[in-house]
Unconditional design. Sequence first.
Length: 420
Amino acid sequence: MRLATRISTVTFVSVATAAGLLATVTVRAREHVLSEEFTRSSVGVCEMLALAIASPMATESRYAEVQQILDNVSNYPERHPGIETVEVLDTDGKVVAHTDPMRFGRVRGDRQTRRDLALGEPIWRRAPSNRIQVVVPIRLAYPLGVLRATFKLDRLDETVARERILLIGGAVVGALFLSVVIFVLLRRAVSRRIEALATQVGAFRRERSARVEVGGTDEVRELGSVFNEMASELERYTVNLEHTVDERTRELKGANRRLEELAVTDGLTGLHNHRHFQERLRRDLEIARRAGRPLSVAMFDVDHFKTYNDTYGHPAGDEVLRKVASAVRREARAADLVARYGGEEFVVAMPDADRDAAQAAAERIRRHVQAEGVVTISGGIACFPEDGEDAESLIEQADRALYRAKRAGRDRIAVAWEAA
């Protein structure tokens, strides 16, 4: 078989395959477009109906006008293609109008209806038997109910089928015509084989996996084979280099993450450190200030820690600090920021916690530590905005309240206003 004939045969198969794939993709895209257009049109029809019945829906005595509008929909189906049923529910789920009069007055108490009545904007969803259901809220200055309409997709399916036939037929005819043209051209210019080889070689610059495909036993095939061997070697080298770079990049990112964690974490207790707490507290205060929400700070100190440390040694003291840190973390909320403030002092920032909530949380922490039976803690609470407008003021007021609790006998919680 001559070279031009072989290339023409391959070209025909390739063109036919590409045309088939293109037709398939085009058909699916067109189906999607038609479906979207049908859905938007259906939602638009329902929105116009909801707007038309909103005024009579506001007065129960005018419900008959609502039913009259739905009767027009039933009597003139050509004006609203695809609509099968329409029902209007009031805010209690009662059917106040329906294209099927037998369903008038029913009360829909199912979960789906309750969700539909709570909607703030139109939605659509698939319904059984090749249908969709559109749900549109009815409202004026306040919610009046909901309109639900069911649309049959038969007409849409017919349109899609017609366009599918046209597109596939066009693709087949186009593929045949293009193949004939290519066959004639290739018979006149066998030199295109060399040009094709050059094109394939050029593709390697854009895609490392690109390889030339040359048949026969002549010098052109040998040239293609040499190029493929060179490309494979280069691809292996590049892949190995990329793997090495990726591995080093992952290691560097991991090291950076560990450094970031060390920068904000207390090494003994695993809690956040003093610096990180100060930064976070300022950000949380700014959020609370803009939102007009409370924020509380609680400071804790281990009672008689120096005596305990001197008596049992530093390892035992470190273990006590870890236990206290664990107790504070366990009793704090997920949104709270817990940190070791320094030495035997711990601090907790509580967003959205007023004085009572903060005092209750601090008491839980104190009782938890007390129940361990090793040491006790004292605590002080300050609240934004009553006790301070910035981080420094809140911490100062909480610290004063803490030492008031110390002077009052320890193992207790004091609040800033009492301290004042």
